[in-house]
Design a protein around this ligand. Structure first.
Ligand SMILES: Cc1ncc(C[n+]2csc(CCOP(=O)(O)OP(=O)(O)O)c2C)c(N)n1
Ligand SMILES: [Mg+2]
Length: 349
């Protein structure tokens, strides 16, 4: 398992063993509960997605996020409502963390008209303008220049929002990555470039594809603040992102974060969980660092939650996910004629 170098500052919101005032402890416990709930929702939702895929309710490409939930959760829950997010095809968890309803995500996966993109986008194209959720993109690296463009627009308009751009570690070998990072650094754009290093781009290990294995070092090429973070620890992710968000918001400075994580499932639904490119032993090592288990155990140790509370939370979440499936089943498909809607725009001039 790769080790992550300790961060120099802001490592934890609440150092272990440090006495905390009662009010602060209550607030920390409430926050930790919210983070647990979010990760659990993403996990339970996607477990059912796999099931729905197997019985043919979901078709096409479908990439699960299971194992990586601390990344979305640690970052997205501290964004403001008017901030922006842009991401890859592995997007269900991030959409849920942003507050997209389970119903809208599931209906989109089912290709039904009550989905967030009216069922036309499917798994890889979650989108919600109101939430500042700008997709769901299928071309590896293709969305990184868009993130720089959104950062430029924010600055041009004099706003103090930020844009968070999630990508996999394989995207950093793509020309679009370098062009976008150069511009973001040169023009000081309020962008967070989040590299979810889950060790593989489909079946290719990072060591076989990248000349630089410590991906965060790529930020040095553009003199960009950079950090490497344990992506299985939601509080570590949160602390690193807090620094980066503050830098983007107050100084309009971009940051590159390499977040080391692992996907517990195959690359997509057509890829075996463990196969020719990784061993069962490797997977089992990483499964010991399940982000949800780690966070729950820490909360239990700190007396912030009981096993009974977790069971109740889990039951409630399972009901929400079942409801999203029932909702998606009941939602109609768009009529055939709607296929040509929203494809071109007519202008008056
Ligand atoms: C430009 C481009 N090349 C190839 C592909 C096929 N492809 C889809 S996902 C993927 C791997 C990307 O890996 P990574 O960026 O690490 O993200 P992860 O899937 O691990 O989240 C590839 C090569 C693509 N979608 N776009
Ligand atoms: Mg990857």
């Amino acid at each position: 398992m790769p080790t992550v170098k300790p961060r120099k500052k802001g490592d934890a919101e609440r150092p272990a063993g440090a006495p905390v005032p009662a009010q602060a402890a209550l607030e920390a416990a409430a926050l930790h509960r919210e983070l647990l709930r979010s990760m659990l929702l993403q996990r339970r939702f996607e477990e059912r997605c796999a099931e729905m895929y197997a019985i043919g309710r979901i078709g096409g490409f479908c990439h699960l996020y299971i194992g990586q939930e601390a990344v979305s959760t640690g970052i997205i829950h501290q964004l403001r409502g008017d901030d922006y997010i842009i991401t890859t095809y592995r997007d269900h968890g991030q959409a849920l963390a942003r507050g997209m309803s389970a119903r809208a995500v599931m209906a989109e996966l089912f290709g039904r008209q009550d989905g967030c993109a009216r069922g036309k986008g499917g798994s890889m194209h979650m989108f919600d303008r109101q939430l500042g959720f700008l997709g769901g993109h299928g071309i590896v690296g293709g969305h990184i220049p868009i993130a720089a463009g959104v950062g430029f627009a924010i600055k041009y308009r004099g706003g103090d929002q930020v844009i968070v751009c999630f990508m996999g570690e394989a995207a950093v070998n793509n020309g679009a990555f370098h062009e976008a990072l150069n511009m973001a650094a040169l023009w000081k754009l309020p962008c967070l470039f989040i590299i979810e290093n889950n060790r593989y781009g489909m079946g290719t290990a990072v060591e076989r594809a990248s000349a630089v294995n410590d991906i965060y070092k790529r930020g040095a090429s553009y003199d960009m603040p950079r950090d490497v973070v344990d992506g299985q620890d939601v509080l570590a992710v949160r602390a690193a992102a807090a620094d980066a968000i503050a830098r983007a918001r107050t100084e309009s400075t971009p940051t590159l974060l390499e977040i080391r994580t692992y996907r517990f499932m195959g690359h997509s639904m057509s890829d075996a969980v463990a196969g020719t490119y990784r061993t069962r032993e490797e997977l089992e090592q990483y499964l010991k660092r399940d982000p949800i288990t780690l966070h729950r155990e820490r909360m239990e140790r700190d007396g912030e939650i009981t096993a009974a509370d977790v069971t109740a939370m889990d039951e409630e979440i399972k009901r929400i996910v079942q409801d999203s499936i029932d909702f998606a089943e009941a939602s109609p498909e768009l009529p055939l004629a709607a296929l040509l809607e929203d494809v071109t725009v007519e202008t008056t001039s």
